[in-house]
Write a protein that binds this ligand. Sequence first.
Ligand code: ACO
Length: 413
Amino acid sequence: MTAPGYRTLVVPAARLDEYRRAAALTFPMVGDPLLDDSLPFAVPPERAVAVEAPDGQLVATHGSYPFRLPLPGGAVRCAGLTWVGVRPDHRRRGLMTSMLRAHAERSLARGEPVSALFAAEAAIYGRFGYGSACDEVRLTLPRGAALRPVEGSSGLAVQVERFDAATHADLVEDVHVRAGAGRPGWIARTPRALRDRVLADRPAARGGAEPLLLATVRRGDDVRALALLARREEADETGPRFTVQVRQASTLDPAATHRLWSVLLDLDLTASVTTPALPVDDPLLQLLVDPRPGRRRVTDNLWVRVLDLPAALGARRYAARLDVVLDVGDAFLPRNAGRWRLVTDADGAAEVTRTDAEPDVRLDVRELGAMLLGGRSAAALATAGLLDGPADAVDRLAVAFGSPLAPVCPWLF
Ligand SMILES: CC(=O)SCCNC(=O)CCNC(=O)[C@H](O)C(C)(C)COP(=O)(O)OP(=O)(O)OC[C@H]1O[C@@H](n2cnc3c(N)ncnc32)[C@H](O)[C@@H]1OP(=O)(O)O
């Protein structure tokens, strides 16, 4: 239910400009016409939703992207929630709450059992059943940071050129997708308009850095790794000292990974290198001879909301046999609340059914979302008092929900 006098609507094409103006009042970083032109129209039109105030103005916005969210051993249709904003003069009267409800209902109607997002502020989304599902790490490394050797690296060819979206976007997206094979959370940038927006190198968004460069590592004609990067000058009386901002690093094998980072960590005239969001087990972290110099920032990455519990849990594989009854709390979407029996077979496939049996483990849907990608351990959540059950059941759950590779989404939507 929207607050009295307000109305939630799918934004018709004729009102998209209004939608953009409402978003521009909400998000302080929007304000440059060159940037504004691109926002937020990568959201497919039928997924742009707004709230209209009693005076007819659009005062709150949200949208979603049609993603496939990689899970351990599977993938699930996922509504990537974005542009949630309420005009400053209409806040704290329930408009976000009504939009989140509309988002859940519309996603379910489209057959999307899961929603995911990046949280502008981490305290916002737990109340709506989103759980922090994984972390990311960003490194700032000194130039020349040494890497452990990897056989075959030095023989690979490297090319550095100016990035041109029209020529290179397909290659960059293709390598991005392949680089994430087997890693939960590694979302492809769909639809194409979103990919184009993510890869657009708008001067207004460069923050003083040069236009994007594309570095490719090749074995013969085959591109095995690539990076998008830009150098930015830092004032220094001793001479030019550039910071290398690596915006995307996508690698397909260990030798190419080593070769790519060897080049990025040793560009002339540079003093330091910043990485994009990396999974917490990224190969770069394993390869650094000395991981201590520089800075390391770990923060929350994807937040995940289970909308249709049996469909979401049934879309992934499990690393151990389970026959467990979960008692799930879901105050925001009661359809998920109650007891569910989760049984997995020898291949890790799951069957999820309603049951009246006594529960083994009690948890909120928020924790289920946190565990879905394999990035949060049931046992760790239990030590924090966020999941309750006998130690053997909790431990089995922790093992079964685990993932061999740490989840991450390396780009922001
Ligand atoms: C996925 C994304 O798009 S992330 C982007 C999120 N957007 C932003 O940060 C833009 C700036 N902020 C805003 O536009 C708004 O303040 C919003 C969207 C965060 C909140 O909108 P509102 O309509 O004011 O929220 P609403 O009135 O529905 O509040 C619901 C509850 O959330 C709480 N809440 C709202 N904002 C926040 C916040 N930033 N941190 C913690 N709690 C919050 C409210 O206090 C309220 O709690 P209560 O039910 O216990 O009273």
